[in-house]
Design a binder for this molecule. Structure first.
Ligand SMILES: *Cc1c(COP(=O)(O)O)cnc(C)c1O
Length: 399
């Protein structure tokens, strides 16, 4: 925030330049690569300086729970990529989701959310919020009438994920933001699947964007991280003090890994999308696959909306349905030679997951069926290998 003029210069750069150079803040040594400041605290030349830092009369770092130079570089680069005034990093994606919601609500408030969400996001809405007297209404995020009905009594927060994990449902960001604002609600979007390269929800009216940086932002399976992006009003009124005193701070080392990830995110995400579309087309034409879902394919129920919101691309995740339930799903996964059985996504290595038995096993079977997370559903995070090798491995495993 101290670097307004540098922000103004970087804001004129195009996306790929922001991803490579945004937020770089060199020390007196003039290092070319961003420095890692592995320090918990900072020293002051005089007691008066310490006092001024604490009152805010003087800019500068005091303690890495509150701010750190390497973490600040990552935050500034994220703010530039998202086009948001404020970015604050967290230790994981779930720390970002939890903080963005919990800092804003109090007993008696209402939250309306799309029901198709990452499993741990559902836990916060289903289990944590109600314990503190916050009522949560879950609806089909693709149904605008359902949003309108649920928001009619008023609400404080709307929470949604688009495309959603693992159903790849797409929510209309502009329409839902308009309905939410009319009801007095703040709109928080979990934008993990789309990444800031494909979709910037604030351009469609959303207020707060959260990321698991563990996914495409690192993109190489090395560390956890998260980020919350917002305007100054939400930050000053709710988020800032909450983060300072609850402490979900990102490690400076992980911030450095994520900074390096951002330098290639544009290239990687575009190749992920190309590979994912090729794999989705292959699977859709395979006789032993019952159904394929990919926002980049014309047969996706919200294909046109996805293309309009996601810069014309479908993302890195493809899901498909096998006849024969869990037994057949496990048989195919176990027959793979290259693709890894793993629950991460957005990694350079292609990974396969069975959501019903892993990421979404906490939900009762009936609820999973209702969401479209059947026993035969498989989620594929398409990586950056040569797409022919990915297809050959899948073709062989499908037999
Ligand atoms: C992975 C993920 C999260 C949680 O992120 P972590 O970094 O694992 O804590 C939240 N939302 C979505 C959509 C995710 O895919």
């Amino acid at each position: 925030m101290a670097r307004r003029t540098e922000r103004d210069i970087a804001a004129k750069w195009r996306t790929q330049t922001r991803a490579v150079r945004g937020g770089t803040n060199r020390s007196d040594f003039g290092e070319q690569s961003e420095a890692i400041f592995m320090t918990s605290g900072f020293r002051y030349d005089t007691a008066e300086t310490a006092e001024r830092r604490f009152t805010g009369a003087e800019q500068g770092f005091t303690y890495s729970r509150l701010g750190n130079p390497t973490v600040a570089m990552f935050e500034e680069r994220m703010a530039l990529l998202e086009g948001a005034p404020i970015a604050r990093a967290t230790a994981s994606g779930m720390a970002a989701v939890a903080a963005s919601l919990l800092c804003r609500v109090k007993a008696g408030d209402r939250v309306v959310a799309g029901q198709a969400l990452f499993g741990s996001c559902r836990y916060i809405l289903d289990e944590v919020m109600p314990r503190f007297g916050v009522s949560v209404t879950l609806i089909d995020g693709t149904d605008l009438d359902a949003w309108e009905k649920a928001l009619a009594p008023g609400a404080e927060v709307v929470f949604l994920e688009t495309p959603a994990n693992p159903t790849l449902e797409v929510v209309d960001l502009r329409a839902v933001s308009t309905l939410a604002h009319a009801a007095g609600a703040l709109v928080i979007v979990d934008n993990v699947f789309a990444t800031p390269i494909l979709q910037r929800p604030r351009e469609f009216g959303a207020d707060v964007v959260v990321y698991s940086a563990t996914k495409h932002i690192d993109g190489q399976g090395r560390c956890l991280g998260g980020c919350i992006l917002s305007d100054e009003d939400y930050y000053e009124r709710y988020l800032n003090q909450y983060l300072r005193h609850t402490g979900p701070a990102l490690s400076p080392f992980n911030a450095w890994v994520l900074l390096k990830g951002l330098e290639t995110i544009d290239l990687r995400v575009r190749r992920h999308c190309d590979n994912a579309l090729t794999v989705a087309d292959f699977l859709a034409n395979h006789p032993r696959i019952a159904a394929v879902r990919y926002p980049g394919r014309a047969d996706h129920p919200q294909h046109a909306l996805a293309m309009a919101q996601m810069d014309g691309a479908g993302g890195s995740v493809v899901t498909f349905e096998l006849d024969g339930g869990r037994a057949r799903a496990f048989e195919v996964m176990n027959a793979l030679g290259m693709i890894d059985i793993s629950n991460n996504l957005g990694d350079s290595k292609t990974m396969i997951t069975h959501p019903a038995s892993t990421t979404h096993q906490r939900l009762p079977a009936a609820e999973r069926e209702r969401l479209g997370i059947g026993e035969g559903l498989i989620r594929l995070s398409v990586g950056l290998e040569d797409v022919h090798d990915i297809i050959e491995d899948l073709g062989h495993a499908l037999g």
